[in-house]
Structure formats: C-alpha cells, structure tokens
Design a protein around this ligand. Structure first.
Ligand code: ADP
Length: 312
C-alpha cells in the first residue's frame, strides 16, 4: 500500500439479510483534501462510513484505514481518526465545555477545548448543558468532538443536514481549514451543491455501487448534458451558421437568442465567424454549463427531495 493511501477498500460488501447495502466497493482515497460520498437515502453511505469506522463489519472484502483494519484495530485507529457521533449519543448532564474535556481525556493528546469551541462557534454556549442546545448547535458540537484530538482523518456523516445556511457555511470553513492543515475529510451528503463546491473529489453511490468518481470539474465535463447559450447582437441575425454547426435554437428570451449545444467550444468559434460575416456586434453572451446536479440526474434519475437550500 502506498504511504499516501489513507483509505483502501477491496470488494467491500455488506449485506443485511437479503438487503445488499454495499455491492463490493473498490475505493482508494489519498491523504489530504475533502472527499464527498454523494447519494440518495438508502444508497449505502452510512454503511460505508461506519464500516470504515469499525462500527459495522463487512460481509466480505477488505477495509484498511490509516493502514489498520478497523474491525480489529479500532482502539489504535480511533487515536488518529475523528468520527462524528450521533447527536443522541451525547451525555445529557454535561455542559458543552465539560463534554469536550471528557472526550479530550480519552486521547493521548488533545487540543484545548476552547480552541474547538471557537472553531465551531460554541464559545458562548460553553457553560450550557449540551442537552439544551438547539439541533444545529448539537450538530456543531458533535463535529467539534470529532476534531478534539486533531485527527489525521475526519469522517462526517451528513454533517450539515439540518443546519441553517450560516452554520453550514461556517462548517464548510472548518472543513476547508482542515484541508489547509493537510488533514483529510471524508463526508457523506445528499446536498449536490455542497458536494460540488466543497469537495475535491466526489464519489457518487447508488444502490451500494459507485456510479461516478472524480473531481466535480471532471464529472461535469463528462456529462452528456447540453450547455445553454444566450446571445444578444446589435441587429437582425441569421442563425443558420450556428444551426449548421449543430446548435439547436430555442427561440428568443427577451433581447437574447437562446440555443443549446453539446459542444460550447465549437459553438463559440462558429459564433465568431457568423458575427464577422453578418457584420454584427456581440452585446451580450451568457453560457450555462451542466452542473453536478445535471450529472447526478443523469446517473440517479432523480434529485433528492429534501435538497434544502445550500448557501455557499
Ligand atoms: P444511506 O446512508 O445512503 O441512506 P444506509 O447505509 O443507511 O444508506 O442504508 C443502505 C441500505 O441498507 C438501505 O436499504 C437500508 O435500509 C439498509 N440498512 C442500513 N442499515 C441497516 C440495518 N442495520 N439493518 C438492516 N438494513 C439496513
């Protein structure tokens, strides 16, 4: 195994009775950066990350995290791995600061609790009982707990679900800062925009299988979806040269001629020729490329219902 591989699974399969949650995943993740596991409910995201954490045992196949087997080396692994607890696992009687101090005591070395509270914006709540925090604050607390021992690898299961836009943006900042310090974050999400804007690599899974894997930029580039182009010119325009170049006209939108194309580069070249030959001046040009949501739609057939408004 190469030194930089922080996670490696080979033929990772998980069955619950007759349900196959993971169908034999081969995944390699290198150290550094933010990797998103994106998929609809029931795709197998939680099963995957909890298998990496050693909380679930694979039916077959192998899993290596930080060079260790999570099923048998859980204790050593947890010194270097940050895991987001379920909110329901929080002890109810402790204050926020006591809770962080408690978790800090589990590790050989830990960061000062207040530095974590500052990071997840919970300093004002430090003396409040954790049970009385709002849902979003509890969510931030469990992320803070995952970071208390400054782990090399942080695994977060839907960390931003239920957060308001500001808390979500702040948490994105915390995760980006981990990247700046060379840490690796693996997170699951069903927010497509979050995956697109936050993650360096997106692994899309559906029914326990990988259906796409790459940078958001590359995944969007592989899309067979069309781009839309809007053109505004300073006189009457004959779009025949564009149509000859394979562009499909969609009529007028206000002052703009609207087209779709699967080859925007060729379209822009044809547009330049057309403007010159018809003596027209280009007043406005807008281009909308496919997004990760279009790729997701192609692969999954549907977008998740509770996409929420992701403010980035
Ligand atoms: P996701 O996190 O993407 O929503 P899960 O890993 O929770 O997906 O679930 C994947 C599939 O496995 C689903 O069909 C789910 O119903 C099933 N599943 C998950 N956990 C269990 C379990 N403990 N017992 C039985 N089936 C489960």
């Amino acid at each position: 195994m190469a030194d930089t591989l922080i996670i490696q699974t080979r033929g990772l399969r998980k069955e619950y009775g007759s349900t196959v949650a993971l169908q034999g995943l081969d995944i390699e993740i290198e150290a550094g950066g933010i990797v998103g596991i994106l998929g609809p409910n029931g795709a197998g995201k939680t099963t995957f990350v909890e298998t990496l954490e050693g909380l679930r045992k694979p039916t077959s196949g192998s899993v290596t995290v930080l060079g260790m087997n999570p099923a048998t080396q859980g204790k050593a692994l947890r010194e270097r791995l940050g895991v987001q607890l379920q909110k329901t696992a929080l002890p109810t009687e402790l204050t926020v600061r006591e809770m962080l101090d408690l978790f800090a005591s589990f590790y050989d070395s830990a960061l000062p609790s207040d530095s974590i509270l500052e990071k997840v914006d919970l300093l004002p709540q430090a003396r409040q009982k954790a049970a009385t925090l709002s849902g979003g604050q509890q969510q931030r607390l469990v992320v803070g707990i995952a970071l208390i021992h400054d782990p090399e690898l942080v695994i977060l299961d839907e960390p931003t679900t239920g957060l308001d836009p500001k808390a979500r943006r702040d948490l994105h900042g915390v995760i980006r800062e981990l990247r700046e310090r060379g840490r690796t974050t693996l997170l699951t999400t069903h927010y497509i925009e979050e995956a697109e804007h936050l993650c360096d690599r997106v692994i899309m899974i559906r029914d326990g299988e990988i259906v796409a894997d790459g940078t958001p930029f590359d995944l969007v580039g592989q899309s067979s979806e069309s781009s839309t182009i809007w053109i505004q010119v300073d006189g009457p325009m004959d779009p025949a040269p564009l149509i000859a170049a394979g562009v499909e006209p969609l009529g007028q939108e206000g002052e703009h001629h609207k087209f779709t194309t699967t080859d925007p580069t060729a379209t822009i070249l044809a547009l330049g020729d057309m403007l010159r030959s018809q003596g027209l001046r280009l007043e406005d040009l807008r281009l909308k490329r496919p997004t990760l949501e279009d790729v997701y739609l192609e692969l999954m057939g549907d977008v998740p219902e509770d996409r929420g408004e992701v403010s980035l």
